[in-house]
Ligand binder design. Structure first.
Ligand code: GAP
Length: 460
């Protein structure tokens, strides 16, 4: 990751241009909770829409689902979340701040003077804030608890789902019975998940409320390797589509001792964020663990019968699991480009550092900006007509304030692929100037042909 792409610069741009705001900001904000603003919601929707296209609707073997966030509590008993979904917690005896012990260990091992061949003495780990002594490690369950209905007793406890996968497993039989599917096939879901993380950090990287895009791909156990490899390929293609640079991505094969006990193979896709190399996505072969657990706990028969051999068995599962918010952050960081001294030679205002958000066109929140060269009514009228026509197919903005150079710059900073400039010649020749974000090349295009031009350029 290049030095210039600091997290501060991206957070600043995200706030200043309306991608992401701190949640409930007028009340001082809420720790690690964020709201996606007008540009953020467009970019986020574009990420989800393209994922759905690539992972679901373009394929013959995938269907979708949208399950409830609050599910029967037995779901989480069966999946093991109520017993095991915990992180190691330590508290500072002096300042009472709480930390994830494994994160403190990770930080310790990256201190240059630490000899990594020597085991860490827990006594060496002190509070990173005040140097105080830490308590013993306790396991802290991350499930968000609440009550269903008017009575707040133990019988009414429910949980906000910690992952979208649970909704897919409990609906496996429903989908199978209603969709006439044959193995191998997958069920996909995009939705919110909630984890009461001990520590939240690094902007939208780790929050307590976030969104996931998950696939549970049901297979026969024999030959699982080829399905695993195939999804690995899809995930690589997805990262490429997002514009993530190869050198910023690392595929980490998780060793047996670090894998969940039921997983036969897990690969984490890690990204070199400015704050360290961290998990972006995961791909796991989960065997038949989930369906076995839900079959046992529910007493329902969740087996699949092969229509040819009549063999009855519980399908195994390959799970590509992706975070929407982490995708968003990696996309912003990858697209963020600073050009020292600016690209334009004509406008003084463009001489300092210029920022271009080189987003893939399909992800850009605004596709076209319509910019009349003057505020005079005759130009505004033509420009508004163009805007209304283009708006039928593309997300567009209109901007008539400041110099044209400044307006181009504003659009570059939010990643708008094309600007349309309407000038006085447009009134005569019925043409406008289209400027390309990346090359800055300008072309004269007939107003009547604009929609078709962008259709082609933006690959709609
Ligand atoms: N069903 C498997 C599962 O949930 P996970 O590795 O715990 O696996 C999958 O989560 C993905 O969800 C992660 O790779 C990450 O992209 C995202 N994710 C997990 N916890 C998150 C958090 N606290 N904040 C933002 N994204 C998170």
């Amino acid at each position: 990751m290049e030095e210039s792409r600091t997290i501060e610069k991206v957070v600043n741009l995200a706030k200043r241009r309306g991608f992401i705001f701190p949640s409930s900001e007028i009340y001082g904000g809420l720790s690690a909770a964020y709201d996606y603003g007008p540009l953020g919601v467009e970019l986020k929707n574009n990420i989800k829409r393209t994922w759905w296209k690539m992972f679901v609707s373009e394929r013959l073997d995938m269907v979708g689902l949208d399950a409830a966030i609050i599910m029967h509590p037995k779901t989480w008993e069966a999946s093991g979340h109520l017993d095991n979904f915990s992180d190691p917690l330590v508290e500072c005896k002096k300042c009472h701040r709480r930390f994830r012990y494994d994160h403190l260990l990770e930080d310790k091992t990256i201190v240059p003077q630490h000899d990594k061949t020597k085991p860490i003495d827990p006594k060496d780990i002190v509070c990173p804030e005040c140097g105080g002594e830490l308590t013993d490690v306790k396991q802290f369950n991350m499930m968000f608890k609440t009550f269903m209905g008017p009575v707040e007793d133990s019988a009414s406890i429910v949980y906000l789902r910690p992952e979208t996968a649970g909704g897919i497993f409990v609906n496996f039989k429903n989908v199978l019975d209603t969709q006439r599917l044959r193995l191998p096939f997958g069920i996909a879901q995009i939705g919110k998940a909630f984890r009461n993380e001990i520590t939240t950090e690094n902007f939208i990287f780790r929050t307590r409320e976030f969104e996931q895009m998950e696939v549970e791909y049901f297979i026969e156990p024999k030959g699982w390797e080829k399905h695993f490899d195939s999804w690995l390929g899809v995930m690589r293609d997805w990262c490429k589509f997002l514009g993530l640079k190869k050198e910023d991505l690392v595929e980490v094969e998780i060793s047996e001792k670090d894998r969940a006990f039921y997983s036969k193979r897990t690969i984490d896709f890690e990204y070199k964020f400015p704050f360290g190399q961290k998990e972006l996505y995961g791909l796991a072969y989960r065997t038949d663990y989930d369906l076995t657990q839900h079959q046992k706990a529910s007493g329902q028969d969740l087996a699949y019968t092969d229509p040819v051999t009549r063999e009855k068995f519980l399908p195994h599962v390959i799970e590509p699991s992706l975070g929407v918010d982490r995708s968003f952050l990696a996309v912003l960081l990858s697209a963020y480009t600073e050009i020292d001294g600016g690209r334009s030679t004509t406008t003084k205002a463009i001489k300092d550092v210029e920022v271009v958000l080189k987003l893939p066109y399909q992800l850009a929140p605004i596709k076209v900006a319509v910019l009349p060269l003057s505020k005079k009514e005759e130009l505004s009228k033509v420009s508004q007509d163009i805007l209304l026509k283009l708006k039928k197919n593309f997300v567009c903005v209109y901007d008539e304030t400041a110099s044209i150079g400044k307006r181009y710059r504003r659009q570059d900073e939010i990643g708008t692929p094309y600007c349309v400039t309407v000038d006085f010649d447009s009134l005569e020749d019925k043409k406008v100037t289209v400027r390309d974000r990346d090359t800055m090349e300008q072309e004269r295009i007939a107003i009547d042909e604009l929609a078709a031009y962008f259709q082609e350029k933006l690959n709609y």
